[in-house]
Design a protein around this ligand. Structure first.
Ligand SMILES: CC(=O)N[C@H]1[C@@H](OP(=O)(O)OP(=O)(O)OC[C@H]2O[C@@H](n3ccc(=O)[nH]c3=O)[C@H](O)[C@@H]2O)O[C@H](CO)[C@@H](O)[C@@H]1O
Ligand SMILES: C=C(OP(=O)(O)O)C(=O)O
Length: 428
């Protein structure tokens, strides 16, 4: 199995470009199922394994996709010939379940396998299903498949208040509503930038989605949609990861394309920790010369501190003098990386939902696992400042969400490489 090997001690310096956002491109790919005519063009599609797997699902449904160079992807769903998304493919990633909304909206029926994704909590899909039901769908839950059908042939607009502003449920229900009969109002909707990106794409296709980015989204159903062109927003989590890399190594890194407006809580916390972050014409520059300072951070839904940037921050805090507190409120099992940091000598303990991290002078290189995508990024970050060699295993998780991570860290001066064929160590 492949692993990433990091030799600690290099100060990172240089420029890195943010790719299109993984968490935007996945719902956008699902949305391309909606139009019955025309080809869509998505720009800055990141070449990630999650994207590859979602494209496989689109192909299984009868869509055509074609790479058109420079990160452009053409998609056509005119000839969709089945509404069954195979469980074997859907189980490879979480966002695959987002094909349910578009299929149900356009065809009034869908059979979709149960989704996979990072194991960071129980991750139910009850909010998605309750929303479809409120729009008139009958839902049948099987062991590996979920069947949904609109008995009237078309979903009906409804008023839906989400118990929690779930990103995925908001996206799935928005897509279900665009071709429904009448108006759907989603209350307590998620406000993440990826929701706004999806609404912009749907509207470019001829939908009428209003209020995305606020807690109430109104979707006025239309009769048909057409293909559209859209540029994907830069990945705020990838950008944030590189900002932490600059901060942890006391470096000077410009993240091209990083948008401050999407990263406000991350910027605020990194500044509080002692980094300098400046908005430049082309992106965000991070530098740090002074000592790191401890933090008290609580994750939350947007515009709160993103849970997807929690693990990376714990790597920084592991080498920050003093005691820091990190409270995770979005996922109930998102501290697995702390055990891995502890293998490297970090002083961490978990108290309920809070990680208590007392910084150590230096971490030690070790064999560690990428227990999930962001946990893997955190291991690389820790490895950058550890004494000796850190070998990160289970890197398929990292490759779900970071494009060419090794090459891009190398360009910034990190001593890191990817190696194949080494026996996977057993982690308890
Ligand atoms: C592909 C993608 O975009 N993934 C992101 C998306 O995941 P995802 O869309 O899965 O995350 P959600 O916002 O839905 O989940 C947040 C919380 O709501 C709970 N929940 C969710 C749905 C549901 O039907 N019932 C329920 O209880 C989840 O278990 C979790 O505790 O948003 C998360 C929160 O910002 C991010 O960490 C993920 O990177
Ligand atoms: C948890 C994440 O992804 P997913 O929802 O696709 O598992 C993530 O991007 O950090």
């Amino acid at each position: 199995m492949a692993l990433i090997v990091v030799q600690g001690g290099q100060r990172l310096e240089g420029t890195v470009r943010a790719y299109g956002a993984k968490n935007s491109v996945l719902p956008l790919l699902a949305a391309t199922l909606l139009p019955e005519s025309g080809t869509s063009l998505l720009r800055d599609v990141p070449p990630l394994s999650d994207v590859h797997h979602l494209r496989e699902i689109l192909h299984a449904l009868g869509c055509q996709t074609e790479e058109a160079g420079d990160g452009n992807l053409l998609l056509n769903a005119q000839h969709v010939d089945t509404t069954e998304a195979p469980a074997a493919l859907v189980s490879k990633l979480r966002a695959s379940f987002l094909v349910m909304g578009p299929l149900l909206s356009r065809f009034g029926t869908a059979r979709v396998g149960l989704p996979g994704g990072c194991s960071i909590g129980s991750r139910p899909i009850d909010l998605h299903l309750e929303g479809f039901e409120a729009m008139g769908a009958d839902i049948e839950l099987g062991e590996t498949y979920i069947d949904a059908r609109a008995p009237l042939g078309r979903l009906q607009g409804a008023e839906i208040t989400l118990r929690f502003p779930s990103v995925g449920a908001t996206q799935n229900l928005m897509m279900a509503a665009v071709l429904a009969e009448g108006v759907t109002v989603l209350d307590n909707a998620a406000k993440e930038p990826e929701i706004v990106d999806l609404a912009d794409f749907l509207n470019a296709m001829g939908a009428d989605v209003r209020g995305a980015g606020s807690e109430t989204i109104s979707i006025y159903g239309v009769d048909s949609l057409h293909g559209a062109e859209h540029s994907i927003i830069p990945d705020r989590i990838e950008s944030g990861t590189f900002l932490v890399a600059g901060a942890i190594t006391g470096g000077d890194v410009l993240v091209e394309g990083a948008q401050a407006i999407h990263l406000l809580p991350v910027i605020e916390k990194l500044r509080e920790a002692g980094a300098t972050i400046v908005e430049e014409k082309t992106g965000l520059r991070v530098t740090r010369t002074g000592r790191l300072r401890p933090l008290d951070v609580t994750t939350g839904v947007h515009p709160g501190y993103p849970t997807d940037m929690q693990a990376q921050l714990t790597a920084l805090l592991a080498v920050t003098p003093g005691t820091s507190y990190v409270t995770e409120t979005v996922f109930e099992n998102r501290f697995q990386h702390l055990d891995e940091l502890a293998r490297m000598g970090a002083n961490v303990r978990i108290d309920g939902q809070t990680a208590v991290i007392t910084g150590v002078a230096c971490l030690q290189g070790a064999d560690v696992a990428a227990t999930d995508l962001r946990a893997g990024a955190a291991m690389i970050l820790a490895g950058l400042v550890a004494e000796g060699e850190t070998r990160v295993h289970a890197i398929h998780h990292i490759e779900r969400g970071y494009v060419d991570i090794v090459e891009r860290f190398r360009q910034l001066g990190a001593n890191v490489h990817r190696t194949e064929g080494v026996r996977e160590l057993q982690f308890k």
